[in-house]
Design a protein. Sequence first.
Length: 129
Amino acid sequence: MKARTSQLGLSLWSGLYLFGSIAFIALCGIKIGPLYLNEFTVNRAVRDVAAQASVVGSDVDVAAVRSALQKRWDIDYIDQIEPRDIKVVRTAGGLFLSYDYDAEVPLFANIIVVARFADDIPLRAVPGG
């Protein structure tokens, strides 16, 4: 019968591999997580501004929309996209606020993670003008 002490625990190399893998996943989460938190903030701000924008027929005050976005982004400290990057798009389905941007963050050394974010958010029309 084998001694029980030779069957317990991790070896040095398997322990280093396990903790190294956990550390790498944690590093990726710590570096990439803020990109997605920033995207959620951008999306929420654009949705709120789209809900409050006054759209009469097919006309929208783009300057007012961008001014409202700039105020929201100054408060929320969003710096990866500018209000001028938000476009008003006319389609058969109506008016949309559209954005498409890339956010990048250095992971380590010369490795960079790039995430692309895009969305089309409908503008609500004001009935009767």
